[in-house]
Ligand binder design. Structure first.
Ligand code: GUN
Length: 280
């Protein structure tokens, strides 16, 4: 039997259409400022995608591209100016930043009510205690996709592989809040395969081609692949050996076309949320 493929591209289009309809009713267009520093090709692709999403949702967007040689101070000044702007509801700084930057200081400089990535410690803290606010885009996109496909996480054993601040940690928190039992695995986990086999829902967020093989997946498990890698042939792929795992899983996300488009759709939802709050 082959798994049901969770179509993130189609679902993201539906979410963005709902966002567009809600945005249309506001007195002012939501505005997103996207900051990119340097010429990382992957970052360029992501930023172009976000600009397109804004157009689709009827948002105002502006891009600020700083050279890779820019100084921390320059970036902080730009953020300070955007913080003050009435037409900008959301500010996102594409990561990773070049080595000379103090990433945490940059993220803390963004006004918490414009922090549409949900990376500021204040918003991360609110997430941790379950207060209403911004949700981190990738984990929120995963939760929305599971919900849409009727996968209830309550009472399930979720295994999250990866402990990054962007995905692994917040993903675990969102699943916990929905009453799952959560195991977080990482590079020092002694028997990764054994842990993964216990998962009803397995989330792979490491960035390592071929990490999750079929023998690591329980028959009928739900498999979510958050990673975006390139294999030896230069083709986009995730952490999961898709061809073999799809035969064992009940639901699976493809790469590309799975979690990626959902992440972008959640950024649009967060920007709408910021704009609604700014209109109050
Ligand atoms: N780099 C990789 N993922 C992300 C993300 O979700 N937000 C930002 N700002 N940068 C990223």
């Amino acid at each position: 039997m082959s798994a049901v493929v969770m179509d993130g591209k189609a679902l993201a289009a539906k979410v963005k259409e709902q966002v567009r309809q809600k945005a249309e009713k506001l007195s002012r267009r939501p505005g997103l400022a996207v900051i990119i520093v340097g010429d990382n090709p992957a970052s360029r692709v992501y930023v172009n995608g976000k600009k397109k999403d804004c157009e689709e949702c009827g948002f105002y967007s502006e891009e600020h591209a700083l050279p890779g040689t820019a100084a921390q101070e320059e970036l902080l000044e730009l953020i300070a100016a955007l913080n003050e702007r009435g037409d900008i509801d959301g500010i996102m700084v594409q990561l990773p930043l070049p080595g000379q930057f103090n990433e945490q200081e940059v993220l803390r400089a963004i006004r918490t009510d414009k922090d549409v990535d949900c990376f500021h410690p204040y918003n991360v803290g609110k997430l941790m205690i379950g207060e209403k606010g911004f949700l981190p885009c990738t984990p929120a996109g995963v939760m929305r996709m599971l919900e849409e496909y009727g996968v209830d996480v309550a009472g399930k054993h979720c295994v999250v592989v990866g402990r990054s601040n962007i995905v692994g940690k917040p993903q675990s928190i969102l699943m916990l809040q929905k009453h799952a039992t959560v195991t977080i695995c990482h590079s020092r986990t002694p028997d990764l395969a054994e842990q993964c086999r216990r998962a009803d829902i397995l989330v792979a967020a490491v960035g390592k081609v071929g990490l999750i093989t079929a023998d690591m997946v329980k028959e009928g498990a739900v498999v979510v692949d958050v990673a975006m890698n390139r294999n030896e042939q230069g083709k986009l792929c995730g952490d999961v050996c898709y061809e073999e795992v799809t035969k064992k899983a009940s639901y699976i996300t493809p790469v590309p076309g799975g979690v990626g488009p959902m992440t972008r759709a959640m950024l649009m939802e967060n920007t709408l949320y910021a704009a609604v709050n700014h209109g109050k």
